[in-house]
Design a protein around this ligand. Structure first.
Ligand SMILES: [Cu+2]
Length: 149
């Protein structure tokens, strides 16, 4: 009994320490009428931009977005293989809506046939590289540009 309690106590301590070590996300979150560090966005006026992830290309290859304008980025994997939408620099400058699920290292991966919507506000003008980070996909042409104006 004593030993079981001891193990649980150590486990709780380990979880508490691990929680402190998890780095804060590089992006910020925004919600209509409320914000956490970024101006509030009017999501009722958000535009929708669809991007297909095919084998092995983004369609369109150049994605144009307006700076500080909320957008529903709808990603659809139309291919037969898994792909990801990897744009770490772009996502670092954008504010994600709080309902948008967190990204892994500035990327979101989609299974064949999967659709994922990202609600975000581009926060900086510029041309940001986009690629599929799965092995050899970028080399086969699965790259693009996010052009924020
Ligand atoms: Cu890919």
């Amino acid at each position: 009994m004593r030993q079981a309690f001891g193990r649980n106590a150590w486990l709780a301590l380990g979880i508490a320490i691990a929680a402190q070590l998890v780095p804060a996300p590089a992006w910020s979150f925004v919600e209509g009428g409320q914000s956490t560090g970024v101006p509030p966005a009017d999501w009722s006026r958000a535009s929708t931009v669809k991007i297909a992830l095919a084998d092995y290309a983004f369609e369109p290859k150049e994605i144009r977005l307006d700076v500080n304008a909320p957008v529903h980025l709808v990603l659809v994997n139309t291919g037969a293989f898994a792909h990801d939408f990897s744009a770490e620099h772009f996502f670092q400058t954008a504010a994600l809506h709080m309902s948008t699920r967190p990204l892994q290292h500035g990327a979101v991966e989609l299974r064949p046939g999967e659709t994922i919507a990202l609600d975000l506000v581009p926060g900086q003008r510029g041309q940001f590289p986009l690629e599929c980070s799965l092995e050899f996909h970028a080399a086969m042409g699965m790259t693009g540009t996010i052009d924020v104006r």
